[in-house]
Design a protein around this ligand. Structure first.
Ligand code: SF4
Length: 356
């Protein structure tokens, strides 16, 4: 077992991916330690999001809030706006809650152990293990989709996921070394992301090609097996885009609980399974229904939003939402689903507030 981890660490020394939050194996060997705050932020951002998409957001956040105390003191709205486009907004709310808990309960210093990390908001078993291993070099077993794939292949495990999870986790734990566990955790992730990829693993250049059971059996590309997923359902809703004659936009902050909670959005109906959602316009006016729907896919469902637009005079009093002056409005700060609504509506509601 130790041989396997040593082989992988030797490969990692030469092939580690560079990431803004990472300390290279060479720097680590001369005593450079990762910033736990940067590692934690990367792990929260990487939940459900690719490394490529996270890089710029991570740089932006570290630039705006270089230390956990800076983030803890930030305005909620600024953090939510900076997060816009990264998706899964509960993560942004938890990011703030966690930063504040680290400051108020831990004196601004991230705890090191799995158990302590698990008490913090937004940190589940995977994230706790990843932070503990990567930031503090503790021998925790970090198991994500990449690691499950690699384990299923080197041991030729044919039990389908998710039933195979406990077995794959146990195999990963048995391989986790006491020496350089942080580098090892990142090495398995890198192997899964760059060589042992889902469809066409590059076995010819893999540091584990000799012992790999799936390569020997010729089953690598079929693994891991997965229990077929249920079809993703579609939900339907209506979004109301209102432009006042002075150019202001009618927006509302979505309820804290639920999808896009706490984010700015267009007033709208509930999102239901029925193809004809119940209209809930924020004010009485002549609505124009756009032909094209806004479509967006969340983790568990597809959303189709009918877009209704209206121009209204000064002095109207909507039942919901608040008018935001055009000068203060930033489409880029909207979550992606709401941004897609804007992109359709803007064709009829010209940005100068007069034409169109
Ligand atoms: S030999 Fe191939 S299947 Fe096995 S771990 Fe390496 S890349 Fe994956």
């Amino acid at each position: 077992m130790r041989d396997l981890s040593s082989q992988l660490l030797a490969w990692y020394d030469d092939h580690a991916r560079e990431m803004p939050w990472r300390v290279s194996p060479a720097d680590r060997k001369v005593g450079v330690r990762p910033d736990p705050y940067a590692v934690w932020m990367s792990e929260v951002m990487l939940q459900q999001t690719t490394v490529a998409a996270v890089r710029n957001y991570h740089r932006k956040f570290m630039g705006l809030w270089p230390a956990v105390r800076d983030l803890a003191a930030a305005e909620d709205a600024d953090v939510m706006a900076a997060w816009a486009g990264l998706g899964y907004y509960a993560r942004a709310r938890n990011l703030l809650k966690c930063a504040r808990a680290v400051v108020s309960e831990h004196g601004g210093v991230f705890p090191e152990t799995n158990d302590q990390l698990l008490t913090l908001p937004g940190i589940g078993p995977y994230t706790a293990a990843a932070i503990s291993a990567i930031a503090f070099d503790r021998a925790e077993t970090v198991v994500d989709g990449n690691v499950e794939r690699v384990m299923s292949r080197i041991y030729d495990v044919h039990t389908p996921l998710p039933a195979a999870k406990p077995q794959l986790t146990a195999l990963a734990r048995a391989l986790t070394p006491d020496r350089r566990p942080g580098d090892y955790a990142q090495a398995v992730m890198d192997l899964g992301a760059t060589i042992c990829t889902p469809r066409s693993p590059a076995c010819g250049i893999c540091p584990w090609r000799e012992p790999c059971a799936a390569r020997l059996a010729g089953t690598a590309a079929e693994l891991p097996r997965k229990t077929p997923k249920k079809k993703t359902p579609t939900r339907h809703g209506i979004a109301y885009v209102v432009r006042r004659e002075d150019g202001a936009w009618l927006l509302e902050t979505r309820p804290e609980s639920g999808l896009l909670g706490g984010m700015l959005g267009w007033p709208g109906s509930d999102w239901r399974d029925a193809p004809a959602p119940t209209p809930t316009p924020p004010l009485a006016t002549d609505w124009v229904a756009l032909e094209q729907e806004a479509r967006h896919t969340f983790t568990h469902f597809h959303l189709r939003l009918q877009v209704m637009t209206a121009r209204v005079p000064l002095g109207v009093n909507p039942e919901r939402g608040t008018f935001v002056a055009h000068a203060d409005f930033r489409a880029a700060a909207l979550p992606t689903a709401m941004r897609k609504v804007y992109d359709l509506a803007i064709v009829t509601l010209h940005p100068d507030g007069v034409a169109g």
